[in-house]
Design a protein around this ligand. Sequence first.
Ligand code: CP
Ligand code: NVA
Length: 298
Amino acid sequence: MKHLLSMEQLTKAAIIKILNLADQMKYEQKNGIAHEVLKGKQLAMIFAKPSTRTRVSFEVGINQLGGHALFLSKSDIQLGSSESIEDTAKVLSRYVDGIMIRTFDQCDVEELALHADIPIINGLTDSSHPCQILADLMTMREYLTVLEGKIIAWVGDGNNVCQSLMVGATTMEMKMRVATPVGYEPNAALLDRLGSNVLLTHDPKEAVAGADVVVTDVWTSMGQEAETKKRLEVFAPYQLNRELMNLAKDHAIVQHCLPAHKGEEITEDVFNQHAHAIYEEAENRLHAQKAVMALLMQ
Ligand code: CP
Ligand code: NVA
């Protein structure tokens, strides 16, 4: 593995390797055992969109591994209109040991990787969020012990997080059911590729019935703010509420990548009841990303 650009590039063995190392990192951090495998290494973090978890967990993570992070917002660097992705990749490759990038177009992350001599890590694009899914799979494994055969229900927008989860779930031999409003389905070619492993429905009840994990996300992703009003109406029947959760398995957990808009995609009571697993999922971003950085940047 040279880069982490998408879940598609990860085999089941590669995911298990990352999750096992992430579990070890978590254990070591909680027990005060240093794991400074990236001593002296520099990570550039490029953010064209805002972030709480991704920014903080990468920065804290590389510090814990003995390295250092540089935060580069859209207004801090020339990338984009004033400098090409190719030149940015070639120049940054001479200063730092890895780049984490959060941006809009997946093609920009792939172009960066094409021209860089250092590992590129996708910290979210409009179409994918692999770091999130590694943390989600880590959390699901903690709560459910085994992933194979488990059923994930997605309720809401067929967005970046949904699409990466569809791929990760399929690779880990889990089943996924995705319930979205008409017109907000995940990418059709991706659905085709994943075949019968992912069931697409417009009925949230069909998706959630008997599920082990129920997942949702904001109705309006970053970059779609102009559609907020329309989305609030279209997605209203897709709220994760008590009535819907009652259809899931008794031991079912809820996952939400956060930020959450309580009262919109998830009710406050469902969030609060499942807050432990949701905050654990957020914490696991740190451990999973430390594993990814350790594997890519050593
Ligand atoms: N889940 C997630 O990526 O959160 P941030 O947008 O805060 O980084
Ligand atoms: N789908 C959301 C995820 C945020 C972590 C977005 O892209 O804004």
